[in-house]
Each structure stands twice: as structure tokens, then as C-alpha cells.
Design a protein around this ligand. Structure first.
Ligand SMILES: C[S@@+](CC[C@H](N)C(=O)[O-])C[C@H]1O[C@@H](n2cnc3c(N)ncnc32)[C@H](O)[C@@H]1O
Length: 270
């Protein structure tokens, strides 16, 4: 059944939007107060890698946070006006707001339940959450300095439509900071999609290895969380969604069926 849904979602943009929209609304209904992230994480063990110092309360989410940190650190966000598109349960917007010190951060997600959850769970001056669609952002032209987009774009009906929206809402000189996974043939189209919208590619990095390392390191913790909160009949689906070590989604990263990439993109100043 799940395989059939994935097959249909791959072939029909409208169906893909529909499936993901309902899936994330469903997930947002899980009443788990400390569940703040839904990404696969990032772990780079090479000696010269920057490792963020975290408050104790953020430590359990270190790998998911490190993905955000790697994406956000591409530019200096201090004092800037930033927007996260696909903010999910809000942990990423909250982390970037608290540690990278932008003046204001808005998380946007099309799940009304997720937005409601975030408004209750992440209360910080200058941080807010609104409901909105990546393909029709509820923001004025040239109204922000950076758009953050982490592991959300694979759900969209049209990637070119999202990229055009990000370009529209950014000020000249602003940045789209992006990370997500795709099958390799679709990942290969990403640079042209960004450039056609007008972006300059500042950085492009394959991070599949670092994502896999995080999945390996975090599988036990995630599995324990799932076993505690998910009804047994849903456990297999959620193990797969969370790419727990040994699941077929985990193997897709191992064998190259999925590749994970990070981009830093600039809207040229003139
Ligand atoms: C895998 S979760 C990642 C959430 C968060 N970025 C994180 O890393 O924890 C993907 C998120 O994208 C959101 N999303 C999917 N399609 C969207 C759209 N068209 N507009 C806005 N948000 C969308 C989903 O509701 C979900 O919260």
C-alpha cells in the first residue's frame, strides 16, 4: 500500500502535495511535547568540522540541529529578517533564532496543527509561526534577507514555483539556504532550477554521507521514542519514515537511490 502511494506521488505533483499534506497534518496530531524536529540529521566527524555548543536541553536533538546549523551557517544571519519554509514542529526555526541571532524569524508551514503546536512550544521574542504554502508564500516582495528550507521541498507539487517564490520574497543580496534529498536524476535538475529563477549558486555540497552518519548515530534514540508514542499498528510505517537503520528508506541512502544535497544561493544584488 505504502509503495503504491509513493509510486503515485512520484508521478503526480498534485497527488504528491495531497499525500504529504495529509501525512504531516496527521503527524502534527501526535501530542508529543518534546518532539521538535522531523529531519534526518547531520554528523560530520572530520577533525576540522565546526561543532555547535548547545544548551543541555538542546543536546537530545543534536543531529537534527547540526543539519540546521550546517545550512544556516553559510551566511551571517545576525540582525537579519529570516523565514523558514516548511518549519514543521518548529525546532529548527527556534534553534536558528536563538543561536544565529537574526532580528526576526518566521516559520511557515501548511499544516495548521503544526503551526498551532509551534506557537505553544516555541515562545521567544522575535520568533513567530504562520500557516502558508511554499508555492504561494504569504509574504511581500523583497521582505526578507534569508529563506531557510530544510527537508521540506520533496513534498512540493512544483519545485520551480517554490524557488520563484523564494526569489520574489528575498531582498536583492539575500540568500536561499536549502537542504533536501531526491533521487539522483531529479537532484541533477536542481542547479538549473535555481539558476533559471535568477539565483547564483554560492555553494553546493553533497551531504549524503553526513546524513547517513547521523541516521546511524540517532537510530536507537528515535526508535525508543517511536516505541513509546506510536501505536503498534503504525510502528512499521513510522520506522520507515524516520529512516531508522535497517529500514528501506535508510538503505535508499546507503545504496544511492536517494542523495542529499545542500545549497547556498544568492539573489544577485543587481
Ligand atoms: C520532513 S518535515 C521537515 C520539518 C522541519 N524542516 C524539520 O527539519 O524538522 C517537512 C515539512 O514541510 C511541510 N510542508 C510540506 N509541503 C509544504 C508546502 N507546500 N508549504 C509549506 N510547508 C510544507 C510539512 O508540513 C512538514 O512540516
Amino acid at each position: 500500500m505504502i509503495d503504491l502511494l509513493i509510486y503515485l506521488a512520484d508521478r503526480s505533483p498534485a497527488f504528491r502535495r495531497f499525500v504529504w499534506k495529509h501525512w504531516y497534518q496527521y503527524l502534527a496530531g501526535y501530542d508529543v511535547r518534546d518532539w521538535h524536529f522531523m529531519n534526518y540529521g547531520f554528523l560530520d566527524s572530520s577533525p576540522d568540522t565546526f561543532v555547535p555548543q548547545l544548551e543541555e536541553s538542546d543536546e537530545p536533538n543534536r543531529y537534527c540541529i547540526q543539519l540546521y546549523d550546517r545550512v544556516a551557517r553559510a551566511v551571517d544571519l545576525q540582525g537579519k529578517r529570516i523565514v523558514e519554509v516548511g518549519s514543521g514542529r518548529g525546532g529548527g526555526s527556534s534553534y536558528v533564532h536563538r543561536y544565529h541571532r537574526p532580528a526576526a524569524t518566521t516559520g511557515i508551514d501548511f499544516s495548521a496543527r503544526a503551526v498551532r503546536f509551534c506557537r505553544g512550544a516555541h515562545r521567544h521574542a522575535g520568533l513567530d509561526f504562520i500557516r502558508g504554502d511554499a508555492e504561494r508564500l504569504p509574504l511581500d516582495d523583497a521582505s526578507c534577507d534569508a529563506v531557510l528550507n530544510v527537508e521540506s521541498s520533496h513534498c512540493y507539487g512544483s519545485m520551480p514555483r517554490f524557488v520563484a517564490q523564494a526569489f520574489r520574497v528575498l531582498r536583492p543580496g539575500g540568500h536561499l539556504l536549502f537542504a533536501d534529498f531526491r533521487i539522483p536524476s531529479v537532484a541533477a535538475e536542481l542547479p538549473a532550477t535555481f539558476e533559471r529563477a535568477g539565483f547564483r549558486i554560492v555553494e553546493r555540497q553533497s551531504i549524503t554521507e553526513q546524513v547517513l552518519a547521523a541516521l546511524r548515530a540517532d537510530s536507537e534514540r528515535k526508535l525508543r521514542l517511536l516505541e513509546r508514542h506510536v501505536p503498534p499498528r503504525r510502528l512499521a510505517t513510522l520506522r520507515r519514515f524516520a529512516a531508522i537503520e535497517g529500514s528501506d528508506v535508510f538503505r535508499h541512502f546507503e545504496n544511492g537511490t536517494f542523495v542529499y544535497e545542500r545549497f547556498s544561493l544568492e539573489k544577485p544584488a543587481s
